[in-house]
Ligand binder design. Structure first.
Ligand SMILES: [Zn+2]
Length: 126
């Protein structure tokens, strides 16, 4: 049986595009996930995180539009092997490059798209 969200949407939908939404506490969506309660407005929820030793924003946590899982998008990382994203736009309507891929090889759902001025949208088909 396919898991459905409270508002009756399938949880996994790789074609889902959603308005991003800055939330004060990303752990709130995580607790929803643990409790297996999904709402459509959780998809695309995001918050910024800071470095341990500075007030600078070091990256973003977001709720995957494709599956509701929480992933991290570092802007700054001490580890050169980590992928990094370049932020633009505004705090409320951020713009990130390159694209976001929830890589199946790393346990992701396969959602692939862009965060364009606050909106999580699918990659244009090639
Ligand atoms: Zn996903």
């Amino acid at each position: 049986m396919e898991l459905m969200s409270r508002d009756n949407l399938p949880i996994k939908d790789l074609s889902r595009q959603v308005q991003g939404r800055l939330v004060p506490n990303i752990w709130e969506p995580i607790s929803w996930i643990v409790n297996r309660i999904w709402y459509s407005d959780q998809f695309g929820a995001f918050k910024y995180y800071r470095g341990y030793t500075s007030e600078n924003i070091h990256g973003m946590l977001f709720v995957c539009p494709g599956c509701g899982g929480v992933s991290c998008l570092p802007f700054i990382s001490d580890n050169p092997k980590h992928d990094k994203w370049i932020p633009g736009g505004t705090i409320l309507k951020p713009h990130l490059r390159p694209s976001i891929l929830s890589a199946p090889a790393k346990g992701g759902c396969g959602w692939h798209g862009f965060l364009n001025h606050g909106y999580f949208e699918l990659s244009p088909r090639e």
